[in-house]
Ligand binder design. Sequence first.
Ligand code: 5GP
Ligand code: ZN
Length: 138
Amino acid sequence: MRDNTCIFCKIANGEIPSATVYEDETFRAILDLNPASKGHTIILPKDHYKDVCDLGETAAQKILPTAARIGKAMKKSLGCTGFNLVQNNGVSAGQTVFHFHMHVIPRYEGGPAMVSWEQQASNPEELQKTAEQIRQEL
Ligand code: 5GP
Ligand code: ZN
C-alpha cells in the first residue's frame, strides 16, 4: 500500500532519485541526506507503514537480516568497526518521517558511538511495578 503524500513512498518506489545502497522487492535502502556518519543508511519498505506497530509481516521478518547484511557490507567497504541500528517510533522518540525506516549508522574507531541517552538509578520495587504495568497489556 502506498501513501501518495509520503516522500519515503516516492523514494522507496524510485519516483524520486536517491543514493541507493540496496534494493529488493520489499525494501530500498538509501543514504540519509543528513548523515550521522559516512555511509549512514536508512532502509525503507516499499509499502507504507507508519511505524513498527504498523509494519507488515514480510517486512518485519526481513528487516533485521537486511540491516545485518548492509552493516557487514559497510564494515568491508567503508572500514567502520561497528554500526548502530536505530528505529524511531513517534514524535516523542524522535521520528520525523512517518513511514517506517531503520537507520544503519556506521561507527568508526575513535569516532562517537551510539547517540547517548541519560540513564538513572533504579530500585527493585519500581522495576517490578513497571514490568507488571507492561505485562498487563501484552
Ligand atoms: P527519523 O528521525 O524519522 O528516524 O529519520 C528520518 C531521517 O530521514 C533523517 O535522518 C533525515 O535526515 C532523513 N531524511 C529526511 N528526508 C529525506 C530525504 O528526502 N532523503 C533522504 N535521503 N533522507 C531524508
Ligand atoms: Zn510512505
